[in-house]
Design a protein around this ligand. Structure first.
Ligand SMILES: Cc1ncc(C[n+]2csc(CCOP(=O)(O)OP(=O)(O)O)c2C)c(N)n1
Length: 637
């Protein structure tokens, strides 16, 4: 479809201005086709972005970006926005290392006014921009585009509360497709469903006025009608909740009807104060397989994963960690009726959907609401249950004070299953789980663990549930190593490490995914006459202090390896402890994620680039020991 299309003539939103409705509709078709053709191979958020094609076109024809500012919530649904703002020709690079980001980035385009990746931030950011505009006495429009899923996040509701209070000009455009990644749940979505089936705002208003005017003393009745109780008003005028919050409600509007969208947006521009536009869209619109099973097609997978440079370790072939987690939780819950499963809008992303199927009465999808998920779990634990909240490491950042204040300060037995700990891959910087060791190991009462493989995940999960205290298990995205899965579950003594192999030249302390990388590195090093002791540090807090002291005294060189930032991570914990005990080995190198945001790219490639694979560890050891020979003296790095 490349060539001779309207799409190929659009370099910036300005190029849309001269197009008539029919041409814009043709453009919508071309955008859809290009996305389907391209994303089928590259992977990406196809279904979500197919649902916003008309929204993007309408926004870019009614508003003047970048003078007017659009803030996309999450940003995964904004591919058409990328295509209309000069990035169409690079669509095929999306989510590839060095290519376009799968989300919006301020440094990628002047039209990306606010970066995201985590949900529910758009209204707050847009409100901040609107207030800055007012303070600087400037004149432009600010639009937040938010999904019905993201609207379940507390932050979005906090922002609406504030927007209604401040009363400044701001447009909130709700992209309501009834879906989060999974079907959207909660009372806000239920309310939206009621609105969806109601008459449009303008029609409803006219109808009421028409009826009253025909009655005697119609004018007086109209006045009375204005004062009717809220519930009654809601029956005739949709969107009263938003109106009561101080926003003018416009909708519902068909989010695939360009003319209606343009009219509604134009009207919103003219209204004083904050406006809430309710657009109804269809996820996966225009792509039959997506329409039929759009839950799967929120995003599509890359056609051929793992085709990177030849020195990148091929993806592992075992079952996914998330699936082993869910199966284990089911096994444990069969024995323990106190176990409750919680997800924050990620049933399939965490495989909690399997648990939900087996124990519907003991599982909760709380919406995109990690803060609530954690304190909800704390409440369950305070009343005798054993909640397990499966939350990606990166999204648990949202629930941090809840972990500190509600779970750990009260020493409640909540298990946090932190999926996607470490490098998340194609989703990039917003999705890497690189901070959780740092933000959790400083919190009293918590036990923090990380399995070396999918089998150990089972036992650590059993261990966490046997504790009568807060616990967090961090495990990586993707497939396990393919080790046999033990049939019986056992607990592992808290704080106990496992010596994988003994050697006299150096000590490698590795945690989580890095353990087998260290074992592989040690094998290669042994071929070079360098013999390493490798330890599986499956407990990050508490450390195996006794073993650590003993091993530190036996080795002059130490390497720590973790898939986490170096600042405050596992290696830091080891060095803090050894420093306090005056037991530091003479040469030390810590391997982990650097003090900069790591961009998107395949997990294997990112590990390669950051030296977080067997080769990286091998090279680090060679340098560490080579330096000793070269300089003829001991030094601590
Ligand atoms: C804080 C946070 N939690 C979870 C996610 C994972 N996530 C990404 S998109 C999405 C669904 C968003 O639904 P909605 O806002 O309705 O947008 P749609 O994809 O339907 O257009 C979720 C749960 C996230 N990005 N951020």
């Amino acid at each position: 479809m490349q060539g001779n299309t309207i799409l190929d003539t659009v370099e910036s939103p300005k190029d849309l201005k001269g197009l008539n409705l029919q041409q814009l509709e043709q453009l919508a078709g071309e955008i859809r086709q290009r996305m389907i053709d391209t994303l089928y191979t590259t992977g990406g958020h196809l279904g979500a972005s197919l649902g916003t094609v008309e929204l993007c076109i309408a926004l870019h024809t009614v508003f003047d970006s970048p003078a007017d500012k659009m803030v996309w919530d999450v940003g995964h649904q904004a591919y058409p926005h990328k295509m209309l703002t000069g990035r169409n020709k690079r669509l095929h690079t999306i989510r590839q290392h060095g290519g376009l980001s799968g989300f919006l980035l301020r440094e990628e385009s002047e039209h990306d006014q606010f970066g995201a990746g985590h949900a529910s931030t758009s209204i707050s950011a847009a409100l901040g921009m609107a207030v800055a505009r007012d303070m600087q006495q400037e004149d432009y429009h600010v639009v937040a585009i938010i999904g019905d899923g993201a609207l379940t996040g507390g932050m979005a509701l906090e922002a609406l509360n504030n927007a209604g209070h401040l009363g400044t000009n701001l447009i909130v455009l709700l992209n309501d497709n009834e879906m989060s990644i999974y079907p959207n749940v909660g009372s806000v979505p239920r309310y939206l469903t009621r609105l969806r089936t109601s008459k449009t705002y303008h029609r409803a208003k006219e109808d009421v006025a028409g009826v009253l005017a025909k009655m005697p003393a119609g004018e007086a009745l109209m006045e009375i009608g204005k004062r009717l109780k809220d519930g009654v008003k809601e029956a005739v005028l949709p969107g009263m909740i938003w109106e009561e919050l101080g926003l003018t409600y416009l909708g519902p509007v068909d989010g695939h009807n360009l003319r209606d969208l343009q009219e509604t947006l134009t009207l919103a521009k003219q209204i004083d104060g904050p406006v809430f536009i309710h657009a109804i869209t269809e996820k996966g619109k225009g792509y039959a397989p997506a329409e039929a099973d759009f839950m799967k097609l929120h995003a599509v997978a890359k056609k051929e994963a793992g085709t990177g440079p030849s020195d990148v370790e091929p993806p592992d072939k075992g079952p996914k960690y998330q699936d082993v987690f869910a199966q284990t939780l089911i096994r444990l819950a069969e024995e323990d009726p106190r176990i409750v499963g919680i997800t924050a809008a990620m049933p399939n992303g965490t495989s909690m959907d399997k648990f939900m199927k087996r124990f519907p009465e003991r599982s909760y999808d709380v919406g995109i609401a990690e803060q609530h998920a954690v304190t909800f779990a704390a409440g369950l634990a305070a009343s005798g249950m054993r909640p397990v909240a499966a939350i990606y490491s990166t999204f648990l950042q949202r629930g941090y004070d809840q972990v500190v204040h509600d779970v750990c300060m009260q020493n409640l037995p909540v298990t946090l299953a932190m999926d996607r700990a470490g490098l998340a891959g194609d989703d990039g910087r917003t999705h890497h789980g690189g901070l959780d060791i740092a933000y959790l190991r400083c919190v009293p009462n918590i036990t923090l663990m990380s399995p070396k493989d999918e089998d150990e995940l089972q036992h650590l999960l059993a261990t966490s549930l046997a504790l009568n205290a807060p616990a967090a298990v961090r495990f990586p995205r993707g497939a396990g190593y393919g080790v046999p899965l033990s049939e019986t579950l056992h607990t592992i003594p808290v704080g106990s490490w496992e010596v994988m192999q003994q050697g006299e030249d150096l000590l490698i302390l590795a945690t989580g995914y890095q353990v087998y990388q260290a074992v592989r590195a040690a094998k290669r090093l042994a071929e070079q006459g360098i013999y390493a002791t490798v330890v599986n540090c499956r407990f990050i807090k508490p450390l195996d202090e006794e073993l650590l002291l003993q091993l530190a005294s036996q080795h002059r060189a130490l390497v720590t390896a973790e898939e986490h930032v170096l600042q405050g991570g596992f290696g830091s914990a080891v060095l803090e402890f050894l420093t306090d005990r005056g037991a530091l080995p003479q040469r030390i190198v810590r391997l982990g994620m650097p003090d900069r945001w790591v961009e998107h790219g395949e997990q294997g490639l990112l590990r390669r680039l950051l030296g977080l694979d067997a080769r990286g560890i091998e090279r680090a050891v060679q340098q560490l020991l080579g330096a000793r020979v070269e300089h003829g003296e001991m030094s601590v790095r």
